[in-house]
Design a protein around this ligand. Structure first.
Ligand SMILES: NC(=O)c1ccc[n+]([C@@H]2O[C@H](COP(=O)([O-])OP(=O)(O)OC[C@H]3O[C@@H](n4cnc5c(N)ncnc54)[C@H](OP(=O)(O)O)[C@@H]3O)[C@@H](O)[C@H]2O)c1
Length: 329
């Protein structure tokens, strides 16, 4: 395993980490979840990603049980939660969501209970909240860190401007600011990480824990020739994800990339994950998996990265024709 600093912080995360969205407490059984976490931990993964909304809290309950059963030393791994959506559902009351002080604090306590831990290593604001002043959220995160309940805080899918506003507030009051952002980043989704945040890496030392490196499976190539059974995009209730992921432009690019991967003798998922790892502004690539064989395969990306020479990276850009342009100033 390779370890990378989380932005300017001193925390070193495994370059490949593991998350539980749509799988734990939903698509897969608890036994498979445990097998996946064991394979990951044994491979050197030291970051497990979670959120209050994942399977409406059930994902954290499953992960907490596994952490307890495995008995791994608490100082050998990091675990996260994310706050904003609450536990979801139609009956959610206004006090049970958002980034207001009440919900951020209560959600932190509830996540620690579900995960059976005394503190969260990473705590993310899962989306920006237009209903809460940024000062309130920054102060709350700072206080949670002072209380020892959270070690590092960050954001997910915030704009560069929103992240900078949080930093300005932190600087104004000498508070601990956000250290990491969790954006989507993969061969099909590049704008935020490559352009929008470009000034933030050196400017404020932003770290990134990137999600959906395989675009929910599209970048494995398995949807190239029809719809295979027993896959994420076939799960009942995920029509919205299927509709956004399986658009023609994505499938076309996946097909072209599959041909190129075959040409250089690499599996598509390995190529797609290795490509994410090539970006030095990526602190960790969060993997998802429904089967241990997938995870074992995906870990090969660490070695495969060495094969992605400048020439290969240029070929990929030419094939995809989606490299975002940096502003000319
Ligand atoms: N902050 C956010 O808003 C946000 C949003 C989404 C995700 N995340 C985090 O990021 C993590 C990873 O995201 P993701 O699960 O969407 O990642 P992903 O890598 O894009 O998709 C993972 C899925 O692709 C399929 N897959 C993986 N490896 C494969 C292989 N070698 N061959 C064939 N199929 C393979 C599996 O689904 P099937 O086998 O079911 O097809 C697996 O569950 C999540 O668990 C979560 O922690 C965060």
């Amino acid at each position: 395993m390779e370890y990378r600093r989380l932005g300017k912080s001193g925390l070193q995360l495994s370059a490949l980490s593991f998350g539980s969205w749509l799988t734990f407490g939903k698509q897969i059984g608890d036994r498979t979840a445990e097998d996946l976490m064991s394979v990951a931990y044994d491979y050197g993964v030291n970051f497990f990603d979670n959120a209050e909304i994942y399977s409406r809290g059930q994902s954290e309950i499953v992960m907490g049980e596994i952490l307890k059963r495995k008995g791994w030393r608490r100082d050998s791994y990091t675990v996260s939660s994310k706050v904003f959506f609450g536990l979801g559902g139609k009956d959610l009351k206004p006090t049970q969501k958002g980034l207001n002080r009440k919900h951020v604090i209560e959600a932190c306590d509830q996540a620690m209970t579900r995960l059976q831990v005394d503190y969260l290593d990473l705590y993310f604001c899962h989306r920006p909240d237009k209903q809460t002043p940024i000062e309130e959220t920054v102060w709350t995160m700072h206080n949670l860190i002072q209380q020892g309940k959270v070690l590092y805080w960050g954001t997910s899918e915030w704009s560069a401007q929103e992240i900078m506003e949080a930093h300005m507030v932190a600087q104004r009051y000498s508070l601990i600011g956000p250290v990491m952002e969790q954006p989507q980043y993969n061969l099909l989704e590049r704008q935020k990480v490559e352009v929008e945040y470009a000034q933030l890496y050196s400017g404020v030392g932003l770290g990134t824990t990137i999600w959906s490196p395989l675009a929910s499976g599209v970048l494995t190539g398995k949807y190239n020739d029809g719809f295979p059974a027993d896959t994420r995009l076939g799960i009942e209730g995920l029509g919205w994800l299927k509709d956004s992921a399986l658009v023609e432009a994505n499938l076309e690019r996946a097909k072209k990339l599959s041909a190129f991967a075959a040409e250089i003798g690499m599996n598509m998922p390995v190529l797609a994950i290795a490509w994410c790892l090539k970006n030095p502004n990526v602190s960790t690539v969060i993997l998802g998996a429904s089967k241990t064989a997938q995870l074992v395969e995906n870990f090969k990306a660490l070695e495969a990265k060495e094969k992605l020479t400048n020439e290969v990276m240029t070929r990929i850009d030419e094939i995809l024709n989606n490299k975002p342009l940096l502003p000319a100033y």
